[in-house]
Design a protein around this ligand. Structure first.
Ligand SMILES: Nc1ncnc2c1ncn2[C@@H]1O[C@H](COP(=O)(O)OP(=O)(O)OP(=O)(O)O)[C@@H](O)[C@H]1O
Length: 261
């Protein structure tokens, strides 16, 4: 296995707040890594740095062995690392099909007229294949804003995979998704990432999702990684139980109470 993403001595401060402290991580190709931590632990700061949204205060980030510090998000996407956000980044007033067609055209690179031939037969056929792969065909002609949250997330992730990234970072893929939808959604996502042979790193507050889907967990607390390893090892760590899981389960319980209300 080769290392796809590595950080060395990565630090980030905001004034007096240290949001990332000496982060040294190596992610192997093909791993599915869950990033956990209570609110303010530094998870988003870490993801923002590796995807080029936030410059580190110091340290190194290597993607497939090459430094990406100082590269723009666009350059990092072009190199093969894509990110999907907590809130699906779709055009809400357009149909699902048109969103996919636009993503397909964008992935083809610059062209003289972006919209000419947008609905070509071959592109529509490709969009239909993607809708089927992600089990969201029923929403093909629906306006995005009328599509349920779980399906929207799937479409967003499907669009992120169109550019054939080798690494995908997901920000809370199941947040805002109903309890009934979350496992089918993750099953579909995991099938797709395995089929596309994509390395995945995702931030998640729902410990049931982390336990079920990841091969490795990074537990953050106060800007540091306090535990790194297989889920059984990390979840069995007394520090993680005290500082992370207590908060995670607290939040999950609140969500359950909200959805039951
Ligand atoms: N742009 C910013 N300006 C100032 N402080 C920031 C900024 N971004 C993050 N921080 C601080 O850095 C620390 C880490 O925040 P971060 O958002 O990375 O945590 P998190 O683990 O993603 O939390 P959450 O689960 O709530 O999203 C927090 O103390 C936060 O207040």
């Amino acid at each position: 296995m080769s290392i796809i993403l590595e950080t060395r001595g990565l630090n980030r401060s905001f004034g007096a707040v240290t949001a990332a402290r000496d982060l040294n991580v190596q992610i192997e190709s093909g791993e599915v890594v869950g990033v956990i931590g209570s609110n303010g632990a530094g998870k988003t700061t870490f993801i923002n740095m590796v995807t080029g949204y936030l410059p580190p205060s110091s340290g190194e980030i290597l993607f497939e062995g090459k430094s990406i510090v100082g590269k723009s998000t666009r350059e990092i996407i072009r190199k093969g690392m894509t990110r999907s956000f907590q809130v699906a980044q779709l055009f809400p007033e357009m149909t699902v099909l048109d969103n996919l067609l636009i993503a397909l055209v964008a992935a083809e690179g610059p062209r003289p007229s972006f919209f000419s031939g947008l609905r070509s037969k071959s592109r529509v056929a490709r969009a239909d294949e993607i809708l089927e792969e992600f089990a969201v065909q029923q929403y093909r002609d629906a306006i995005v804003s009328a599509v349920p949250q779980g399906a929207r997330k799937l479409i967003d992730i499907a669009m992120a995979l169109i550019g054939k990234p080798r690494m995908l970072l997901l920000d809370e893929p199941t947040s805002g998704v109903s309890v009934e939808e979350k496992f089918p959604l993750m099953d579909t996502v995991m099938l797709a990432v395995r089929r596309h042979k994509v390395t995945v790193l995702f931030v998640e507050h729902d410990m049931e999702i982390v336990e079920r889907y990841v091969s490795r967990v990074l537990a953050f607390y106060s800007g540091e990684i306090i535990s790194d390893g297989a889920p059984a090892k990390v979840f069995g760590d007394a520090k993680v139980q005290e500082l992370v899981i207590g908060h995670g389960h607290g939040r999950k319980t609140e969500e359950k109470e909200r959805s039951a209300a």
